[in-house]
Design a protein around this ligand. Structure first.
Ligand code: MG
Length: 250
């Protein structure tokens, strides 16, 4: 038996060595050509959501009226106390990029300091917070999936300095009855540092209580009642600024 195995494995190795390497080359499909962006510019296939000029891709999440957050002379955008804005369009799985800055002048503490957030499909919030020497519950600090996952490290820059998120969001899958059959996931880079590594989304982001799972569930603090797949930026009462917002559909 032992010898038979030896003969078989030797001949397998021989077969492998003589196999035509072309047999394992895959030529189709060829990846689409995408021109990467230089100097903070989006790649050529990106959907640009804010480029410093106007808010035509955004509406107020509560009133449905045109978004009117302040556009500054440097091409950045600053929160106005109006509840929050959301994209006009809806999005499934995406690669999402945003740059953000909390106020240089420190006001408040914990969750009250530089708080905003990006909520995907009105139910899953990646937290924005001034988490530079600002203790709070870690599953609610910057780059957490709010109240679900603590970031692997704290890659925060000081208040008043631009920071960035690169987020891969894969939406959950459901059966015909709306029952979840596959959890969604998040991978997040904060200032280029991996902070959430393919974590499985537990359900809707909730301030109180447990996440809710199911196709039609939205976060209890979101406006409206039905699920829509808009991307929402939170007004949490702090003048956080943003720039260079774009995504790629996956
Ligand atoms: Mg928030």
């Amino acid at each position: 038996m032992k010898y038979l195995f030896l003969i078989l494995s030797t001949s397998l190795v021989f077969a492998q060595k003589t196999m035509d390497p072309k047999l394992t080359e895959v030529w189709e499909p060829t990846p689409e050509l995408v021109t990467p962006g230089d100097n903070q510019q989006p790649p050529s296939d990106a959907v640009v959501l804010f480029d410093g000029k106007n808010l035509s891709k955004w509406i107020n999440a509560y009133t449905g009226k045109p978004a009117d957050w302040t556009i500054n002379s440097d091409g950045s955008l600053t929160v106005k106390p109006d509840g929050g804005i959301q994209t006009k369009d809806e999005f499934g799985s995406v690669q999402f990029h945003i740059e953000w800055r909390t106020p240089k002048e420190i006001k408040g503490e914990g969750q009250g300091r530089g708080n905003s957030g990006i909520t995907f499909q009105r139910r899953f919030e990646i937290q924005i917070l001034d988490s530079y020497k600002n203790p709070t519950y870690p599953n609610g600090q910057a780059a957490s999936l709010y109240k679900q996952y603590i970031p692997l490290v704290n890659a925060s820059r000081p208040p008043g300095v631009w920071q960035e998120y690169d987020i891969v969001f894969i939406e959950p899958e459901y059966d015909q009855d709306g029952k979840q059959i596959k959890a969604g996931t998040f991978t997040v880079f904060h200032n280029g540092v991996l902070v959430l590594n393919n974590v499985e989304i537990l359900g809707t982001t909730e301030f109180r209580g447990n996440p809710k799972v199911g196709r039609d569930e939205i976060s209890s603090y979101m406006p409206g009642k039905s699920l829509k797949k808009n991307i929402y930026i939170q007004d949490h009462g702090n003048p956080v600024s943003f720039r260079n917002i774009w995504l790629r559909r996956l």
